[in-house]
Structure formats: structure tokens, C-alpha cells
Design a protein around this ligand. Sequence first.
Ligand code: XMP
Length: 522
Amino acid sequence: MTWSEEFHIPGGTVLIVDFGGQYTHLISRRLRMLGVLTVIVPYNRVSQLDVSRYDAIVLSGSHRSVLESSRDLEDAVARLLRDQRKPILGICFGHQLVSKILGGVVKSGCSEYGRVRVRILTSDPLFVGWSGEEYTWMSHGDCVVEPPKDSVVLAVSENNYIAALRIKALNAPIYTVQFHPEVAHTPKGLRLLDNFIGIARLKRAWTSDLYYARVLSELEKYRNIEGPVVAAVSGGVDSTVSAFIAKRVFRDRLLPLFVDHGLFRMGEPEEVVEMLKSIGLEPVVVNAQDRFLSKLEGVRDCEERRRIIGEEFTRVFDEFMEESKAKLFVQGTTYPDIVESGGTGVSDRIKSHHNVAGLPSWFREKYVVLEPLKYLYKDEVREIAKIIGLPEYFIYRHPFPGPGLAVRVVGEFNRRKLEICRKASAIVESILKKHGLYRQVWQAFAVVGDDMWVGVKGDARRQGYIVTVRVVESVDAMTADYMKLPYDVLDEIAREITRSIDDVTMVTYAVTTKPPSTIEPC
Ligand code: XMP
């Protein structure tokens, strides 16, 4: 979907220059929570932008070292500092980069990871609401040892490294911080970002209602393309909201399409189809279970499975579009997928999400792909879901990956392990629901790998699978914590899984946060 122009709020749009840091989306989400619109652009695209359209700039963290940064990168940022009279906030790598470019000295070997106390040296509008000492979250190996001239050191860490700077003498307020104000482990971080918005005099006009009104008018522009409009639906909140919005515009021409890849949770296809019917989105169901499962059989590598699933989805979509003579295709892509599929290589790709990677350029050339939610994060999609009055069933369902249970079977993929995963996950969900815990968690599921554990079942010794239970709390999937489930609930889950699934002899509970782990096992 090509918007008539990029979504933009005059006076209230922040450009986030992405150097590939793991928290870039978190910066973006936090700023949006505070009412400003954010646009993330990889650093190597900044030179092609009209930066004057933006009202402030945030320079993100990075997985690289400033000491090895390229000339191009430094030139691009030097131009931003020199030519743009915009308020700037540099975070972590952004802090070191600004310092280096302006003549400060950065060195390696001064790492700080995790919770670090910082001491505020000078009162400044950036630190309104902070006391003299606060905890922050750090994640860096290099540090600024000599600040640029014409700068003020506002704060230092407990290890005496520079933690915050204000750069004077440039035409707009420029601040840099070594810590990460965007992560929840910096308790006053949100306050700092809020202060920055105030200092930059940004208009706080970003709301989901505004977006909803705009998206309807953008979709209107496609009404004159004839034929049915196919909307891929999975029962998840993103695709349901997209289809529902498209229905408002295209009315009876909308054809929801539910592809059953055989990787759904127990009873899910039937339940989802019923629920979609109840909101007027009766889908055409394509049973493609065998097509998907036969191609996945024996494949060990998860990324390879994602590729196969993406490819197969595209084939099914294409066949359906051809048969129904449709030219318009709607899907529920959200902002993280759009930014990550930019393919600029600035961030370390951790996992390729199939929904974007899976729609190849030939499909986008052959059809018009409409992605009404492509500027939104999931919590913003949920806001829209409330505005349009979707039932709670859709709003509060746990997110479920596009490749479904295929990413929860570790090692060789086969139908037996898929079945174990499906049954065990159903047990985890139903016990959480019984104890009123389901709504409190982000995701709850079971994983099965190739490792075996010797057990005793019915007096006989037998080798069985190990099932790992993962229950996480999160607000956006970018960071996550495991749920401290009461022992009696864990006990009930373990007993029920080993009792009702014959070849499982051990249940374990995953107690690692994200990072360093991810939510899904592969
Ligand atoms: P990770 O495992 O990277 O997952 O911590 C973050 C969130 O993304 C979901 N996820 C996926 N969603 N296609 C999707 O549509 C995928 O390939 C995929 N992999 C992970 C995951 O369930 C979690 O909510």
C-alpha cells in the first residue's frame, strides 16, 4: 500500500536514526506512548531523507563500536549535527558517536552492563523529576573519556564514566546519554524522554483515533480497483483488525481467507472461523495441512522452516487470488516487520518473521498489497481494535507466530513432535485459564525437542520426550520475563502433561529472560 505521503504529524514527528541497536523499537514505542509520532530510518538511508520534515532526532544504540565506525556513517551524522537545527538525543552508541564527531575521545575497555547507578552533577531540564542518584540500565563496551569542548557533563556513573552530556553552542538542544532511558530497568527513563519532548517543544498529537481516520481515507483510494479484495486472516489481532478495517471500505467485495497450515493450536481453526463469522468476516477456509506438513517433515533448521512456510503461504495466496480474479490483497503487517524487512543490514537479524519475508517482490508487483497497520505497534493495533469494537476474544488472545507451532518444535520436525507440542500447549493454556492467569501473561506454550529422558510409566522403563514450558510476561515482546508461577500451578501442569501424553517423561520450566534468550525457542 503506498500512502499518499508517509504518515507525518507536523510539529510532532521524531526521526529515529537506527544504528542497529536492540532497543530501537523500544525507544520508538516509549516516545509514542508519550504522544509523539516516530519514524525509524536506518542510518544508511538518512542521506536520502528530507530531514527538515522531522521535529527532533534520536540517535539509537548499536551492536557495533564507535571506534570502528565508517567514514560514511560519521559524515552522515556530522551533517545532521551541522545542518539541521533540530533537537537531538543520542543514546549509548549515539552518545559516543556525537562526542567523537564533535572532538571528544571515546575508548574501549570500560564496559558497564545491567543496573548501574548514576549521579547527577548539574541540574538540567533533562533531569527534572530525577533525584541526585538514580539507577539506569547500561549496555556498552566503549565510553566517552573526554567530552567534546563546549559540552557540559550532566551525570556520571558509579564507575565514574560520563553518563550524560549537554552540547552547548549548537543551534538546538543536543543531549547525549550513555544509559538506556527507553528500557523499563531505567525507572526514571520515561520521565527523561518526556523531558526531552518538552525541551524539544514537540506537539503531542499522536493518537490511534487519528491514525484510524487516516487509514480509512488511504484505503478509499483503492476502491476503484475492481474485483474481490482478499484479506488473509489467522484469528490474530493484527490480521483481524486489518480485515475489519478493509471490510468497512470494501464492504461485500471483501473476501477473508483463512489458510489452515496444520500448525495451529488445538481446536484453533474451528474456533477462529466461528469467531470471525460472528463479526461478519466469514472466511473461505483453505485446508493446506498436507502441503505444509509434508514439506516440513524432517527439516531441522528453523529459519529453513520459516522460508518454506512463507513460500507455501505465497503460493496458496497466489492460487486463490488468481482463481478469484482479485487484484487487491490485505494483510496485517505491523511496524516492526516493515522496519526489519528494510533489508539494510544495520541490525543483527535474530529471526526472520515469515509474514514479510514470505511475500516476495513478484507477489507485490503482481498484486496491490494493502497493509493498513504498517505504521503501528501491537499495543496500538489493540487500541484500534477497541475503537472499532472488536470482541475481547481477538484483543486479548496471546500473540501467535505466523509459522505457528513449527517454531516450537526444536530439532527434527515431525508430526509426532508437533502433536506433543500441540497437546502440551493446550494443557498449559487451560491450566492458566483455570487459575485466572491467562490474561496476565504475554504468551504461554510448550516446546518439544529431540532430547529424551528415561522415565517409568506403568512400572516399565521408557524413553520419553522432554517438554519445556515457557510462560512469559511482556508488553511488546522486545523484552520479556518468565512468569513466577506458583509451584502448585507448575506441578499441576507437569503432572497433567506427563499423565496425558504417553511419550513425555519430563517437563521443565524455562526461566530465562529476553534478552539474553528469545521468547520462542527457534
Ligand atoms: P522472539 O522469539 O523473537 O519473538 O522473542 C518475539 C515475538 O514474535 C513472535 N514471533 C513470530 N511472529 N512470525 C511471526 O509472525 C515469526 O516467524 C515469529 N517468530 C517469533 C513471538 O511469538 C513473540 O511474540
